[in-house]
Design a protein around this ligand. Sequence first.
Ligand code: DX5
Ligand code: ZN
Length: 234
Amino acid sequence: MVKIAPSILAADFARLGAEIDSVREGGADWLHFDVMDGLFVPNLSFGFPILEAVRKHTDLFLDVHLMIRAPLRYVRRFCECGADLVTVHAEADTEDGIRSALREIRSAGKKAGLALKPGTEWDAALPFIEDVDLILVMTVEPGFGGQSFMANMLPKLGLLRETLDEFGLDCILEVDGGVNPLTASLAAASGAQVLVAGSDVFHAADRKRSIALLRGARQDADQEGDGALPPEET
Ligand code: DX5
Ligand code: ZN
């Protein structure tokens, strides 16, 4: 079954603790934490103090997605602030710089991920394949929530799935951007195991229902009353 990782980028920051509790109770597997530096992407988000506070608040697995240049400078600190997994972008530094960042994350005892922007070919991950626990395929241009899923990323996902299976590599495939119940099923069919969803989960009044739908519960079946979906909260 796919894992669902709600992205707090779309949460109400004034009530962040309650927002996190609502997705945890709604069945979220991981919590996705989007860090932006205003250089690698044209936007800023949040960093260490918020991660520390989130870590103190929840035992959910914290999936930290660094959209920052030269991430080697900061990966250890993100590990110390409570990340369980830290993902860096293949485009964010030289090959040596990225490899060093991935190794630094693992040497801190955390899982290391590599993200690919939509314009980056699937095989850009190959030089790092021994150093990663997860590959993140971006299905929007990184920087903003609420964009539309790029279905032309599905073949990239499929090629990565085939390659990982062929080499018997225990590396997770994750998808991020524009995930809703329809695109979730496309991504899962192409081999994604973890689906990041910001708007779809946090803009829904009923988080449990949204997460169940992303996981593949069928709305049509539920209307027949077979319990595929949790009852709608009132
Ligand atoms: C985009 C971020 C995503 C974003 C997804 O740069 O990496 O994690 O929050 O948001 P939605 O699900 O709204 O596309
Ligand atoms: Zn993200």
